[in-house]
Structures are given as structure tokens and as C-alpha cells.
Write a protein that binds this ligand. Sequence first.
Ligand code: ATP
Ligand code: MG
Length: 327
Amino acid sequence: MHLDKTQPSSIEAYLHQMGWMPADEHLLSAEKAGEGNMNYTLRVRTTKRSFILKQARPYVEKYPSIPAPVERAGMESAFFAAAAGWENVGKMLPRLWHFDEKEHVQVIEDLDEGADFTAYYAREIALPETEIAVLIRFLAALHQSSRGHLPTRGFENRAMRELNHLHIFDFPFQPGNGMDLDGIQPGLQALAQATVYQNPALRDKTLALGRRYLADGDTLLHGDFFPGSWLRTDRGIFVIDPEFCFRGEAAFDLGVCLAHLCFCGMEWETALALLETYYGDFDRQACEDFAAVEILRRFYGVAQLPLSFTVEEKEVLTKKAMACLLA
Ligand SMILES: Nc1ncnc2c1ncn2[C@@H]1O[C@H](COP(=O)(O)OP(=O)(O)OP(=O)(O)O)[C@@H](O)[C@H]1O
Ligand SMILES: [Mg+2]
């Protein structure tokens, strides 16, 4: 079953055949649910309700030439299933209604057309600190609920982590990796040359951190805790898209979050202070190191974001991140 919004009758037949929709319920429309790169994500409206239909294919939806492990759908659905009942966690997640393991399709509760937080990258409006505190407390509850309670196997998400490892800790720091940085922003290539590509010790450090990312921990992480995974709805803030979840260490989720607060215009020290709303232990140095790597890989790696930084601003943050990593 290859989901295709231009073939509504085959989607309807699939939903009936799976027993996910009774015979007297019919499909009214199937539209793209929102912005996303990895998966094929539709909002389906029927004669009775709406829901999200999300299919993982063996490639990145936006770049079909890039392979991507289909197990991500099973990982995401396992995350939703495990965390749904956790206090202060489940209420901020959409419900998983169904999962088709064979076709890697999830049926997820529709949170309606809320906006994610990526608009804050424009740095025109300040991030509301109370909402960020809510998100950080979500992380604390997720980490605390899972710590020590995960079964000994599961949530390794190995293939996705290998993919992420390459794009976070390795590729962006390889001089001569073929990235057309000036195509992204004129002047970026020279900046990379003068900073990240200049210093072999930097890649040693990022690869060492990468080994930490690949090591299995005792805490369930969201794995991709950035503004694109935060949805503001009429019912409050929700967290979506845990396809990169894994058992690791809390500092990774917090570090990624820290980096993106900076991308949204928050000062590093202010963002660090906000992380103190996290209740529970985490390795503060590792958190800052993961944040530093996240900053650099978003500037110089493949997974670009709609950031509003000039090259001069990128230089300031690059030097800050490198100083942190090389300290
Ligand atoms: N449960 C939901 N309720 C409402 N909207 C949703 C829901 N899940 C996803 N969406 C919308 O669909 C978009 C894409 O979803 P999602 O981020 O899960 O897909 P993805 O392909 O994994 O994206 P990415 O490339 O960022 O990883 C979201 O940004 C959001 O706008
Ligand atoms: Mg995703």
C-alpha cells in the first residue's frame, strides 16, 4: 500500500480493509497534514471525523534518492504507546489509534491545524518563556517516567541513530565533504574554511560525542526535540514526531533544545537558565556540547533550517560553539 492523496478511493479501501473504518464511514478528503520532510503525512477527513495518516517509506519523502529506515514508524508508534499513560507526558502527545507494521502506516489523533514553533526562527517575536518551560517539563517527565523502567530491549532505533550520527556528528565536520555552502548562503564556505574545517581536534571531539549518542542509555528520549516537533493548538502545546526516539542520556534532548532556543533568538545564558526548569539530573557539560554540535551541524550540514542568521551572526555562534567543544 503506497499512500497517495490523489487516489482517495484506494485510501478508503485500505482503511476499510484494515478494519480502521466501519463500512458506513467514508472518506471525504485526504490532504497534506503540514510541513514535513521524512514521511508521507496526510490529514484524512471522513464522514465522521478526521485523523492523521503517516507512512514511512524506505527513503526520505522530500529526497527520494536518500534511503531512510522504515523501522522509524514502528519506533514512533512504540513511543506513543509506551508514553501515552505516563503522567504529564501522555496528555501532551497525540493518541496513536492504529499501526500497520507491514506498511509502516500510523493512524494518529488529529490535533487540528495548529502551528509548530518554526516561525520563531525568524526572530521577530520572542519565544514565550512560559511555553518553553512547559516543553522542558515535558522532557523532565518523559525522562523520569522512563528512567529505569524501560525493558532491557527495544527503543534502540539503531538504523535511525546511525543515520543521525552521520549527519550530526561526522559529515558536517569533514573538510571536503562536497557541501555547497555558498549555495545556501554566500560567504558560508569561507566561514566554514576558517573555522570548522580548520581544526582537526573539533572532529575528534564531535566523533567522541557521537559515540556517546550511539551508546544505549536507560532513559527514553524524544530524539528530535526542536520547534518542528512542538505544536501549539487550542488544547495547549503538544509534542509530535518521536521517530528518532531512543534510549540514551537526557543531555541529548536538552542540548538539542538549547541549540534551537538560540536559533530562535534566545541568548545562550538565558536558554541555559530556562533549562533549569528541568527537574531531574542531567550532565550539563554534555548538554552544552550536544547543543554546540547541533548549532554547527545546522549551519554546515545537510539538514538546513529556515534560520534568520547572517554570516556574521553565524560566525559569532560558530566560535561560541567551537570554544565550548574545545574547552
Ligand atoms: N497529530 C497531528 N495532528 C495535527 N497535525 C499533525 C499531526 N502530526 C503531524 N501533523 C502535521 O504534519 C506535519 C508533518 O508531521 P511530522 O512532523 O510528524 O512528519 P515528518 O515527515 O516526520 O516531518 P519531519 O521531516 O519534520 O521529520 C507537522 O508539522 C504538522 O503540521
Ligand atoms: Mg519526522
